[in-house]
Ligand binder design. Structure first.
Ligand code: SAH
Length: 372
């Protein structure tokens, strides 16, 4: 893969503060004669209060701030590109400690400030129309790398900036990295953290039945979105190769289970690929699948990905598709296109940035926004 250069220097870089677990941190503080409660105080500065350096933590003793700066870095990820589109959507390209690149997006709409975050570098699901998985999976993100995306995005907002929603719809398959995701969301949910409740968090999955059931059993109110993209197994396997193993039946049953356990209506996402899955017959088959379920359909007209042979549906076929679903009493919405000038479809910015390997130091300075 061309994304990263073989580089072990990151091992010598200071550790990101949010990577430290409570015991390690308590021991580090004890060695310096500081009480364990400092740990919470520092996390609160970084997560809840938007600090980007230890220096800003003015209620900590100066010596402690200096020791923190010597041993740790406030963030392990750094912004290497910041794009802003005319509709106010921001997209960040982040460099990780091993010089991999990931993307995250901030979407503003009315009073909502929604962060769209990634859970993996690349993706192993192989959906044929998606830019994220074109080169397969590199690795899972750590919970700190997931959490830091939220912090970088929140820090774009003028103080006291507050994110209102999270959609886990960036690069990667969230349910293939569920433990790290849940840890990050737990930190995001804390009252003295980002204070974003589960009801304001949407997790989008290609449909991994066992993981959907596990998520359902957590007793949390996350919103689940399942990427269906086809109304029958033959077509779905063509579009999403992993469907060969899972199959629609098990996915729908797991989605039903999610509703039973959580009482939360599931969203079925359906990317419309012109001439592939946007026919009237397919809309009717989809309606047959969804009818009687406590569910909602979100249609996503394909976002162009350079080099891929797919196209958006025509206005006529989109209207006919919506009409067929509505006729069957299905609740349906078309996803608005945000940030299209800044490669907002997941994985595209990273792909276009692949040849630009970050600077020698491996710790590039935050980029200033480019408005395109
Ligand atoms: N792995 C998760 C998250 C993927 S991104 C999942 O499969 O749900 C969120 C949604 O965007 C998914 O439905 C995904 O299929 C869709 N998507 C990916 N690339 C797209 C593109 N180029 N155009 C439109 N939708 C796309």
């Amino acid at each position: 893969m061309a994304t990263s250069v073989e580089d072990t220097r990151h091992c010598e870089l200071p550790r990101p503060f949010l990577d430290l677990n409570t015991e390690v941190l308590a021991a580090w503080l004890k060695d310096r004669g500081e009480p364990a409660m400092r740990s919470r105080q520092i996390r609160r500065w970084l997560i809840g209060r938007g600090a980007t350096s230890f220096d800003q933590m003015t209620d900590l003793p100066l010596a402690l701030r200096q020791q923190l700066a010597a041993d740790f870095t406030p963030f392990g990820t750094s912004v290497v590109q910041h794009l802003q589109s005319r509709d106010g959507t921001h997209k960040l390209l982040l460099c990780l400690r091993d010089r991999q690149l990931i993307e995250c997006v901030l979407i503003g709409e009315d009073k909502r400030r929604t962060a769209c975050i990634s859970t993996q570098v690349g993706c192993g699901m192989g959906c044929v129309f998606c830019a994220s998985g074109l080169n397969g999976l590199e690795r899972n993100l750590t919970s700190t790398e997931i959490l830091e995306q939220l912090l970088h995005l929140r820090n774009l907002l003028p103080p006291p900036g507050r994110l209102t929603h999270i959609v886990v719809m960036g690069m990667g398959e969230p349910l293939a990295n569920l433990d790290s995701l849940l840890d990050a969301l737990q930190a995001a949910g804390a009252k003295d953290g980002l204070d974003i409740g589960a009801r304001h968090i949407t997790i989008s999955t290609v449909g991994l039945p066992a993981k959907i059931r596990r998520l359902a059993d957590l007793g949390k109110q996350y919103h689940l979105a399942v990427s269906l993209h086809a109304p029958d197994d033959r077509l779905r396997t063509r579009i999403i190769p992993t469907n060969e193993k899972t199959g629609l039946h098990d996915i729908l049953q797991a989605a039903d289970y999610f509703f039973e356990r959580t009482g939360r209506q599931v969203t079925f996402e359906y990317v419309l690929l012109g001439g592939v899955n946007d026919g009237l017959g397919q809309a009717r088959l989809l309606a047959d699948l969804i009818r009687g379920r406590h569910a909602h359909v979100n249609l996503i007209p394909f976002n162009d990905v350079p080099g891929l042979p797919y196209r958006r549906p025509s206005d006529e076929s989109l209207a006919a598709f919506i009409g067929a679903l509505k006729e069957s009493g299905i609740s349906v919405k078309v996803r608005k296109r945000k940030g299209s000038e800044i490669d907002a479809a997941c994985g595209q910015l990273r792909r276009s940035a692949l040849p630009q390997i970050p600077s020698e130091s491996g710790r590039p300075e935050p980029a200033s926004p480019a408005v395109v």
